[in-house]
Structure formats: structure tokens, C-alpha cells
Design a protein around this ligand. Structure first.
Ligand code: NAP
Length: 248
């Protein structure tokens, strides 16, 4: 028995990186997957085709998670296509790093809208179908930086900390309706983006982590599957770190 058989999972920002791994893992566990992206049309098309190999069911939607109206119509389209939404993974996120001294209002707003307002938008949109079904699991992608803070990332850390407060509040509001809401706080996850960093810097990061390696996108996807599945039916309102022991 696969862990997500008969479930419809909606994942924001899955054209690459962590979201893509989550989409792959969900299909492998038997879920029907709806995923979004902002501008990577080619990557999204390729992922849709890859996920369909071996009978997987998946569809990509171009939708800006930071826009309230687009989130509403996205969920309408997903329900039209798949009939329901059992799991929402709020994964889409961006960084616009700078010291506060140099941080512009625009980069503050961009990060807040994409990382935090998006979670409000999508959660509002899936609430009604989940309430009707009297079940649901919402997984929000935070960051260890949202727990610890980080110099040069005040906007990003604030958005990821805000997301933890949102997660705990929604868990309290919707728990009685059997809708769970949890957050994942990844540490240093090695993606295409980190491949471009100075290898000396990356080696120093690895050495400072108790498990002596960066995380993989699969490490994050594995926890997402657990929180999405009925293996975690008594877990809500939690923030779980996937960080190799970086944060204790
Ligand atoms: P990534 O490789 O940069 O991918 C970001 C994804 O989000 C892409 O699919 C992108 O679509 C999509 N996206 C961006 N803005 C969007 C919007 N407004 N609406 C819809 N989709 C949007 O990111 P990642 O490194 O995999 O990170 C994924 C999540 O994990 C983020 O929330 C990030 O903050 C969090 N996280 C990552 C790390 C890490 O080490 N990588 C650590 C902690 C937390 P396009 O391709 O179309 O632009």
C-alpha cells in the first residue's frame, strides 16, 4: 500500500528544487499531483511528462502564489481536474538577501508576498473543500532561519518565522475539523542554487553540521510525505527541522 494512495496533493513552486522532489515523491506514493510554478514553463512541462511515466497522474499550473485571486482560481481548476484537495504543500519561496541597511522596500514586500502572503492565499482557497471533506493536511515550508534568524536575511527570516505562527494558529482553528497544519524547517539543502557557491564555503558549512553533510531535497520530501500521509494523523501545529542537527 502506497502512503498517499487516493490523495490529491497541491504543491506550490515545484518546477525545481525541493518542490520538484516533493512532487516526485508524492507521485511515487500514489498521489495525484497538481503543482504550480511562476515562470519556468519548460521545466514544468518536462516535470509533468516525467511524472506521467509509469502511470503517474500530475498536472502543472502556472499561478502566482502571491496573488489572492490566482490562488482562488487555481484551487477551482484543481478541483475541476481532480475532484478534491487532500494535501496542500506551501513550498514556493524566494530570497532577496541584504543587510537591513541596504534592503529596499521592494525586496521586503516581494519576499513577504511570495513567502508569507502566498500561504494565507492558498490556505484560504483550500479551506472550504477541506472543511467539506472534514479532512486535510497542510504543510508549510519554513526554514531554520525562521527559528534562529540570520544576518542579511531579515526579510526572509521574518517571512519564515511568520509562517510558523500562521501554522500554529491554523492548527488550533481547524483541528476540530480534522485538518492538520505543520511546518518544515529545512537547514542547508544542496540544490542547483548551492552548486554555484564557492566550494570552500560549502565545505565549511558541511563541517559545521553534526551529520557532516548538506541535506538533499529528498530529505525534505521524505518528511513532507510523512506529514501529508495518514502516518501522522495525531501531529499538528508542529515545526520539524530537517537540518542534520544544525539547530537543536
Ligand atoms: P527554488 O529552487 O528557488 O524553487 C522555487 C520554486 O518556487 C520554483 O518552482 C519557482 O517557480 C517557485 N516560485 C517562486 N515564486 C513563486 C510564486 N510567486 N508563485 C508560484 N511559484 C513560485 O527553491 P528551493 O531551494 O527548492 O526552496 C523551496 C522552499 O524551501 C522555499 O520556500 C525555501 O524558502 C525553502 N527552503 C529552502 C532551503 C534550501 O536550502 N534550498 C532551506 C530552507 C528553506 P519558477 O521556477 O517558475 O520560478
Amino acid at each position: 500500500m502506497k502512503l498517499l494512495e487516493d490523495k490529491v496533493v497541491l504543491i506550490t513552486g515545484a518546477s525545481r528544487g525541493i518542490g520538484k522532489s516533493i512532487a516526485e515523491a508524492c507521485v511515487n506514493q500514489g498521489a495525484k499531483v497538481a503543482f504550480t510554478y511562476l515562470s519556468s514553463d519548460e521545466k514544468a512541462k518536462a516535470l509533468e511528462a516525467d511524472l506521467a511515466v509509469n502511470g503517474g497522474v500530475a498536472k502543472g499550473f502556472k499561478s502566482d502564489a502571491s496573488k489572492f485571486d490566482q490562488a482562488q482560481s487555481l484551487v477551482d481548476s484543481v478541483i475541476e481536474e481532480f475532484g478534491q484537495v487532500d494535501v496542500l504543500v506551501n513550498n514556493a519561496g524566494i530570497t532577496r538577501d541584504n543587510l537591513l541597511m541596504r534592503m529596499t522596500e521592494e525586496s521586503w514586500d516581494e519576499v513577504m508576498n511570495t513567502n508569507l502572503k502566498s500561504v494565507f492565499n492558498l490556505t484560504k482557497a483550500v479551506m472550504r473543500p477541506m472543511l467539506k471533506a472534514r479532512k486535510g493536511s497542510i504543510v508549510n515550508m519554513s526554514s531554520v532561519v525562521g527559528v534562529s534568524g540570520n544576518a542579511g536575511q531579515a526579510n526572509y527570516a521574518a517571512s519564515k518565522a511568520g509562517l510558523i505562527g500562521f501554522t500554529k494558529s491554523i492548527a488550533q482553528e481547524l483541528g476540530s475539523r480534522n485538518i492538520r497544519c505543520n511546518a518544515i524547517a529545512p537547514g542547508f539543502i544542496e540544490t542547483e542554487m548551492t552548486d554555484t557557491l564557492d566550494s570552500k564555503v560549502v565545505d565549511e558549512w558541511r563541517a559545521s553540521i553534526p551529520l557532516k553533510r548538506g541535506g538533499s531535497t529528498k530529505d525534505v520530501a521524505d518528511l513532507t510525505i510523512f506529514l501529508a500521509s495518514d502516518m501522522s494523523t495525531y501531529i499538528t501545529g508542529q515545526t520539524i527541522n530537517v537540518c542534520g542537527g544544525m539547530l537543536m
